[in-house]
Design a protein around this ligand. Structure first.
Ligand SMILES: Cc1cc2nc3c(=O)[nH]c(=O)nc-3n(C[C@H](O)[C@H](O)[C@H](O)COP(=O)(O)O)c2cc1C
Length: 396
């Protein structure tokens, strides 16, 4: 059959279209667009139900699934005969974003809380933590941040332990629904350690003030090339990087709706400047604008390991409790990150002064800022490194 030139051109263009569409589908497939939460980097979340009571490794697994700054996973676990200890991995740091490793210590505190919950579900345990007086900047590989001395026991059921695999940071929009007084009271009751204080703001002018500080701190960070670069180092845009590193912040974790998330995986990686701008817009228009409740955890020693670990433990408890009770949670720690940065650069402590107006007591220093509410859509999991990559010593 003979074709006219016009027919040939049409068919040719259709062919190009099919190839282009095929290319897009391939790119989407290759970049994990159709499989968020699939594959080995997400295995620990999927296996949690079966593996959660599986000997001492279960305690390490619980630690790995904890919240942690930028998903740096700054830890390793040493398993002994009747003990398991948690160690910092100082190389996995955020540089100028966390110059005194305060957030690294908070992250380790989150892991401690999950580990204690797991140890108590399996049997019994005594926890040994650092005495006050050790600076967060002194975290090292050798001296454990926490040791859990494991004892035989029947183990106690605990809904917080059961929620470990359902807790994910939710960066999407929250619905308008207010957080009730009963919920705020229950959250307050979680802050029962003498070294930490929980402050919740759902009324103006304080809620507005904290929201404004979160947005202006984000502006300060993206205008600081070193901080912006140290943050960007932990962003994993491609599926290949997620498979390779199994850490960091991913597109799936940014809280985009399903189809937008797929589309974002089809387009080339945004430039750092565009990504920063999107972060700022999201912080202002989604994170702060839709949050019914903002909060802070304060301590007396901002750069004290013992205080930071207790603050991290409290955050993990709050987030697990929120998960059990149908609430979403999201750290928004930019205001404290610029407090650290000003201290590092020897600049006036402007941000610290502004945060102090919210605590009402200069002895208490905010170390963790967050929002809480009812999410419009569920959060997706973040990747984690395998147990074998972070556990040393005897395996059971
Ligand atoms: C100390 C600390 C600081 C954090 N700061 C922020 C933050 O400022 N913005 C944010 O979106 N998430 C923040 N996070 C959340 C982590 O990025 C998140 O826990 C990590 O990516 C792992 O994801 P997951 O919590 O869903 O398991 C922080 C978490 C911790 C423990």
């Amino acid at each position: 059959m003979r074709m006219t030139r016009r027919q040939a051109l049409k068919r040719g263009l259709a062919g190009v279209g099919v190839i282009a569409a095929g290319g897009l589908v391939w790119r989407a497939w290759d970049n994990g667009a159709f499989n968020p939460g699939g594959g080995p980097p997400y295995e620990l979340w999927r296996d949690w139900r079966e593996a959660r009571l599986d000997g001492k490794l279960a305690i390490a697994r619980a630690g790995i699934l904890a919240a942690n700054a930028h998903n740096t996973q700054p830890w390793s676990f040493l398993i002994g005969e009747n003990a398991i200890s948690l160690h910092a991995d100082p190389v996995r740091n955020l540089g100028s974003f966390d110059p005194f490793r305060r957030e690294m210590a908070l992250s380790l505190g989150c892991a401690v809380e999950n580990m204690v919950l797991a140890a108590n579900a399996l049997g019994d345990c005594t926890v040994v933590l650092p005495e006050p007086g050790h600076p967060t900047s002194g975290l090292n590989r050798e001296i454990p941040v926490a040791s859990l001395l494991l004892e035989a026991g029947a183990g106690k059921p605990d809904p917080l332990f059961e929620a470990i695999d359902r807790r994910h940071t939710n960066r999407g929009p929250y619905a308008g629904r207010a957080v009730s007084a009963e919920i705020k009271d229950a959250l307050g009751a979680l802050a029962n350690h003498a070294d930490t204080r929980l402050l919740l703001f759902d009324d103006d002018p304080q809620r507005n003030t904290l929201g404004r500080l979160i947005v202006s701190a984000t502006e300060t960070i993206i205008a600081d090339p070193e901080m912006a670069a140290d943050s960007a180092r932990w962003f994993r845009f491609s599926r290949a990087d997620i498979d390779r590193y199994r850490d960091g912040i991913t597109l799936d974790a940014t809280g985009l709706p399903g189809l937008v998330n797929v589309a974002a995986k089809l387009i080339p990686e945004p430039s750092p400047a565009v990504a920063d701008r999107q972060w700022l817009d999201g912080t202002r228009d989604v994170h702060v604008a839709t949050a019914p409740l903002l909060g802070m955890i304060a301590v007396r020693g901002l750069y004290d390991q013992a205080n930071a670990i207790e603050a991290g433990r409290l955050w993990q408890r709050i987030h697990l409790w929120a998960t059990v009770n149908g609430l979403a949670a999201h750290p928004l720690n930019q205001p404290v990150e610029i407090v650290d940065r000003a201290r590092q650069l020897g600049k006036p402590p402007t941000a610290a002064g502004e945060l102090a107006t919210l605590t009402g007591d200069p002895a208490w220093l905010p170390t963790f800022v967050f929002r809480l509410g009812y999410a419009e859509r569920p959060a997706r999991p973040s990747p984690r490194r395998a147990v074998e990559d972070v556990v040393t010593g005897m395996k059971d």
